[in-house]
Design a binder for this molecule. Structure first.
Ligand code: NZQ
Ligand code: ZN
Length: 389
């Protein structure tokens, strides 16, 4: 196991009606709030009414940034920075899923940066100081509620980039599983695929001796498998939604990566499908993951797939190694289809037209090579995209 430092100071406030503590949490940091949210789901399900009622009752002044789009665009960040500056905001409250949280994180950093916030996303300039940020989560998927990352799109340049900085960690995140009851089925499924993919990205490494982390990872995968279909079929099943909601941040808050040298693979390819076609992040991951697994399976890596098949899927360890590996991959694919996710790019209307460009952009973003479980170069990425058609 490699040396590591693990520090995630985000306070998690988990459970039903925990929003009641919101005002006290905000008052630790500020009095003038930017309330940031997406396209209106929080208005339809009553969360907006409850949050604004709390803010008003506690004399917390607030201004709104509404309409943050899925795969948030840099334009929304610019708009948020403008509102914050005009009104001397001292705290940002993000109410929504990963898109709202990520946009809010970059607004928090953009507030103290004199130039265009895209410079921060494209790493032209470093992130320094940030406004404090709190989260009320309405969808389980990205883990942005408890990590230091943000993903922002630039539709003009067809780019979707990821940045990380410790100052982007939320001060607190309120996780009420009942807030996810109104989530459409397809989003529940996409979220589960995303959580599983984050786990796979940390889990599939070679011989690093991080035994404990891999058992943590398997527990998260088993939780997604046990509760994923229930959460998909029964939108208001609290137990299922609660377990999925707690799995999400734990899959990507750094715990699974401790002591491991895990450089992610599938996310780097999936982001191009969103940049080019607007494909939902989790849907792209569900299509690509089994294809990637089949592509990288070879003598050097088969033992890791055996570990996965035996420990996560309960496949008989006496079977032939490759048989176990292939069964495990097939079970992964079947699980995704059982929660309504597509198996191929053609099912979502994507053809051969941009494969070369996407493969090139994917490796360019990562300095020429993606991942390290099996390093992927241009030809590999192109082949994976072709096999996913
Ligand atoms: O915009 P509204 O109206 O709120 O509707 C949203 C949106 O249409 C809806 N929704 C959310 N909660 C709901 C709800 N509808 C009804 N009831 C609720 N309770 O769901 C739709 C999707 O929301 P979004 O926030 O876009 O989804 P998600 O949480 O999957 O976030 C996706 C974004 O996060 C990035 C992705 O690339 C993508 O841009 N990621 C962020 C990461 C991070 N910060 O660490 C890592 C991830 O790998 C990922 O890349
Ligand atoms: Zn993801």
């Amino acid at each position: 196991m490699q040396n590591f430092v693990y520090s995630v100071p985000t306070k998690i406030i988990f459970g039903k009606d925990q929003v009641d503590v919101l005002a006290d949490q905000i008052k630790e940091y500020g009095r003038k709030v930017l309330l940031a949210y997406g396209g209106g789901s929080i208005k339809r399900n009553g969360i907006y009414d409850r949050v604004t009622e709390i803010l008003k009752e506690n004399n917390i002044e607030f201004y709104e940034l509404a309409g943050i789009e899925p795969n948030p665009d840099i334009e929304s960040v610019r708009e948020g920075v403008r509102i914050c500056r005009e009104n001397n905001i001292d705290f940002i409250l993000a109410v929504g899923g990963g898109s709202t949280i990520d946009c809010s994180k970059v607004i928090a950093a953009g507030y103290y940066y004199d130039g265009d916030p895209w410079d921060l996303v494209s790493r032209k300039s470093p992130i320094t100081k940030t406004l404090p940020l709190g989260v009320i989560l309405t969808m389980s998927a990205t883990g942005s509620e408890m990590n230091s990352g943000a993903v922002i799109s630039n539709r003009e340049t067809k780019q979707k980039l990821h940045i990380m900085h410790p100052n982007l960690l939320p001060k607190f995140s309120i996780l009420d599983p009942s807030y996810t009851f109104t989530l459409p089925k397809e989003q529940t499924a996409a979220g589960i695929a995303d959580i599983m993919s984050h786990t796979f990205e940390s889990y599939f490494t070679l011989n690093d001796g991080a035994y404990l982390q891999d058992r943590f990872a398997e527990s998260i995968l088993k939780t997604c498998i046990r509760y994923g279909k229930i959460a998909y079929d029964e939108a208001d099943n609290y137990e299922a939604k609660a377990n999925i909601m707690w799995a999400a941040p734990n899959a990507i808050n750094g715990l699974l990566m401790c002591g491991k040298n895990a450089i992610w693979s599938v996310h780097g390819i999936a982001q191009e499908l969103t940049a080019y076609y607007g494909l939902t992040h989790g849907v792209a991951l569900a299509i690509l993951t089994p294809v990637w697994m089949e592509y990288v399976l070879d003598d050097e890596r088969v033992d890791k797939f055996v570990e996965y098949g035996v420990n996560v899927w309960g496949i008989d360890s006496n079977k032939d190694k490759y048989q176990i590996a292939k069964e495990a991959i097939e079970k992964t694919r079947e699980f995704f289809t059982s929660i309504g996710l597509p198996k191929s790019l053609s099912e979502v209307g994507i053809g051969e037209e941009n494969l070369e460009k996407m493969a090139q952009d994917a490796i360019d973003d990562k300095g020429g090579v993606i991942g390290n479980f099996k390093p992927l170069y241009y030809d590999d990425v192109l082949e994976i995209l072709r096999k996913a058609l």
